[in-house]
Design a protein around this ligand. Sequence first.
Ligand code: SF4
Ligand code: MSK
Length: 657
Amino acid sequence: MKNPKSKIQNPKFRCSTTCPEIACEATAKVLDRAESKRAITAVHRLRDRGMETCLFGAGGTCCRNCAMGPCAIIEGVEGFEGICGATAGVVAARNFCRMIAAGAAAHVDHGREVALTFIATAKGETPYEIKDERKLHELAQVYGIKTDKDKNQLALELGEKILEEFGRQQGEIRLIRRAPQKRQEVWEKLGVIPRGTDREIVDLMHRTHMGTDQDYRNLIHQGTRCALADGWGGSMISTELQDILFGTPVPIRAKVNLGVLKEDEVNIAIHGHEPLLPEAMAIVAHNPEILTYAKNKGANGINLIGMCCSGNEILMRRGIPVAGSFLQQEVAIATGALEAMVVDVQCIMPSLPKVARCFHTKVITTSPKAKISGAIHIEFSHHNALEVATSIIKQAIDSYPNRREIYIPKEKMELIAGFSHETINHMLGGAFRASYRPLNDNIINGRIRGVAGVVGCTNPRVQAEYVHTTLVKELIANNVLVLTTGCAATTLAKEGLLIPEAAAQAGPGLREVCEAVGMPPVLHMGSCVDNSRLLISATEIVKEGGLGDDIYQIPAAGCAPEWMSEKAVAIGQYFVGSGLLVVFGTSFPTLKSKEATNFLFKEIENLYGGMWAFERDPYEIARIMIEHIDKKREALGIHKKKERVLYDMAMRRELAA
Ligand code: SF4
Ligand code: MSK
């Protein structure tokens, strides 16, 4: 039966200029003023062109892979296949796979950049240093490298081995062997162990070329291999090397939302994904010479703030405040209080320079892969990281005297971030006996019903942020522990769900665990590439014992309720390929082909144990995830909650006898 609450309800706040709904009061307030400054943002553009989308495009059955087309295909209707004869299933699978390839490429290229910086650091050619020697040793062992050497020598050997993962033509990527044994056997049987990360992406792009792979199942088979090369390869490499270079995150308090902008300081937003430049900027921002330079221009200091996943990276390791998620990047500029928006790669709106023209903000691009017309380009390289960071910060300071009218909403919220898989291990198991045992025990005894990964972007096509927060409140109220990354984490933090006090909104079992440990019911695990931390956490739960011997058996599910980027498709597919249910909100990219959709939603479970689902309504998403978790509990035989027996003195004496 449908949940009585299942009608999507009105969000709390609505921009008075008939913008699509935004469940963030700070954003709505700034958007109201933005139009009077002629600053047009994504929500305005969406309002003006309407919410309608092309059904063929949205449903995955529009093909433009050759010049006999484009072809809009209607499944099962004679004469409405492609000019080449391609069916809707083939076209939808091809489009889906191209999204995986693009998403995986973004993560893999990020990983490569980090690996190159890692090697340069080991050679002493960057301002960074190896911070987490323990993790360096652990990862070196995974790669079969002897660890009895100087840390830089060890890092050099490890970095060079890791660099081989990208271009390897035969064999397998090493980190895939971190998965539970049973999972590896599934992949071996299906022939999807990735070779090199780049090879799987190229293979997938080749297959989706006109006239190549014409079998939707076979296409998705390679799509899965490519996605696994992302999750257990490119993304995991990024996370692990970044941790070794910049420190593995530990719990850290910080603040989130537009209220972190400061009236009397130079506000610099760092937006994008790779933490290489943001780390350098964080070092330079404390330089006394820079602070004097700022004072001479009338500012009281430098206020670095994060956006999107660059924000998550420096939040996790340095506690630098985050101004907002993907959807707030233009809004931060529209406050009039931002001196510079510094960007690198991915999820950066091309509109930024146009919005910035209405104010005094400088948009500064830094990657040769990601220039934007109308922006200032200052190229970053790890060799000259501090010089570039200094030059960018000076540009921002120079902009400070040009400020005009500003409006900084007062909204800001505390959060605790920094829940790496290692932190969870220590937090639950103790400093001396790090272990997932307490987590597993609490899942087995039913205090924690299961674990949900809620990740991904924010999207104006849905009731932005409301979907996230409603879903997660429903999950925690039902004793589901939530792990979060990316812009989902920022959104949930703004709602006050990432502080220990949020345990009051959790069901009694989860609340008891959170209160005993002092942790929030929603744990921030980092940026998009850090979804690899969730893979490792799932693996550790399996390895700890008591919850099956493969990832598909654990009471867990994932969701990206407001996804928008191709990376989300790659992430979703590597979770499905690793044995988990993944629910997408917003839209699902194959819906106009029943064949392809049926394969992804149903058949694929028989192969991998994981599958996709699609639902927009947050209450319904919660129901789907909880039902899945309960199904897994039942299969494990832990669905009946054991009564808690309270022993009186007589019972104790009897036990002791
Ligand atoms: Fe049309 Fe086939 Fe060309 Fe695609 S590949 S555009 S379906 S003719
Ligand atoms: S930044 S991929 S909008 S989570 Fe990683 Fe946010 Fe989605 Fe980009």
